[in-house]
Design a binder for this molecule. Structure first.
Ligand SMILES: *Cc1c(COP(=O)(O)O)cnc(C)c1O
Length: 374
């Protein structure tokens, strides 16, 4: 393989940076996968070549996240927002009252709640919505959640990509006296920490943040939660049908699954989820320390124990310098740092594939910029 040339560091929130090694592997295999004479894009999803790619990817992600045997892993389409409808279509009428509670922690859980209301009695058990700069800046403590009885499930977003708040621990609903399954949208921090499956009924993640290309959505679902879909649920989105067909009821996003599989292999070579967690802690600590030690030049408003290790929003104290900051960053090979339009300021997304050197480079630039424009 050719020696890596210096590519810029890409801090996009998603679709996001992929490991350079994976991109090079995919490039080398583009025209001829393992002597098959075909690109992965050209293969039948039912042929033995693609089946082997699929089975390896599933085995690897099961191993990386220690997914127990009684959970199915589905490779679906429709993205995170698709699951906002697919989950209630499959799960909300598990119990006849069709009651579902949501914990609102930022834009993504808000969207999930709004979509679920089309299918069931979806209410808000807790929210961190605030006014102005205090909006979505701390996770509501589970002890204060107003969970109803007889819920089909409880939905949370474990890492809010836009607001940069993250659950350091996923809640243990049983200890709160709630026996409903927990549904987790973990799109933007999957594979950056281990998952305690005893607390989870279903977890889903769009791939384009921490797994691979947009187009494939991973769904981890406990066996007993399969088989409750509404009759209007599209067959291609019915977990029972998808599971019974090994995610091949219809043609799956084959190339996206292949790249995800290369990322899983890369993760395994790099020490797995435990290594990613240690590295994420190191990278995010470096960035938050730089912000906190800048004498207010840079500000992050999230409560320290709720700060995301993946998505770091921050503001310049003098917002008239935003454009100069971004232009200088691009010149330094630091791309896509502009904050989400609903929050403003800057956002650095530092997913698994962002090397520590990328964050070192960013904080070096931030210090230099602050010194020059003090
Ligand atoms: C990006 C993201 C989504 C949206 O995924 P789509 O693939 O665009 O539907 C959902 N949830 C979270 C937490 C995200 O970060």
């Amino acid at each position: 393989m050719t020696a890596p040339t210096a590519r810029p560091y890409n801090f996009s929130a998603g679709p996001a940076v992929l490991p350079e090694e994976v991109l090079r592997e995919a490039a080398a295999e583009m025209l001829d996968w393992h002597g098959s004479g075909m690109s992965v894009m050209e293969m039948s999803h039912r042929g033995r070549e693609f089946i082997s790619i699929y089975e390896q990817a599933e085995r690897d992600v099961r191993e990386l996240l220690a997914v127990p045997e009684h959970y199915r892993i589905l490779f679906m389409q429709g993205g995170g927002l698709g699951e906002n409808a697919i989950v209630p279509l499959n799960l909300s009428h598990r119990l006849p009252e069709a009651k579902v509670d949501f914990v609102i922690t930022g834009s993504w859980s808000q969207k999930s709640h709004k979509e679920a209301r089309r299918y069931c009695d979806a209410q808000i058990a807790a929210s961190n919505e605030g006014v102005g700069a205090a909006n979505h800046t701390a996770m509501p403590a589970p002890s204060g959640w107003q969970l109803r009885d007889g819920l089909s499930y409880v939905h949370i977003c474990s890492n809010e990509t836009i607001h940069g708040v993250e659950f350091a621990q996923w809640p243990d609903l049983q200890s709160l006296g709630c026996d409903a399954p927990l549904v987790v949208d973990c799109s933007s921090h999957i594979l950056s920490r281990p998952i305690d499956w005893s607390r989870v009924g279903l977890a889903f993640a769009g791939a384009q943040k921490n797994i691979g290309p947009a187009g494939v959505t991973l769904v981890f679902v406990r066996d007993d939660l399969i088989g409750h879909a509404l009759s209007v649920c599209p067959s291609a989105f019915d977990y029972q049908i998808v599971a019974a067909n090994q995610s091949m009821f219809n043609t799956p996003p084959t190339y996206a699954i292949y790249i995800a599989g290369l990322v899983f292999q890369w993760l395994k070579r790099g020490g797995g989820v435990a290594a990613m967690e240690a590295r994420s802690l190191e990278k995010s600590t470096l960035l938050y320390d730089t912000i906190d030690n800048s004498d207010g030049y840079y500000v992050n408003r999230v409560a320290p124990d709720c700060r995301s290790r993946m998505n770091v929003p921050f503001f310049l104290h003098d917002e008239s310098l935003n454009e100069a900051f971004l232009a200088g960053a691009r010149q330094h090979g630091l791309l896509q740092l502009k904050g989400h339009k609903s929050v403003g300021g800057m956002r650095a997304s530092i997913y698994n594939a962002m090397p520590l050197d990328g964050v070192r480079s960013l904080v070096g630039y931030m210090r230099e910029f602050a010194a020059r424009h003090g």
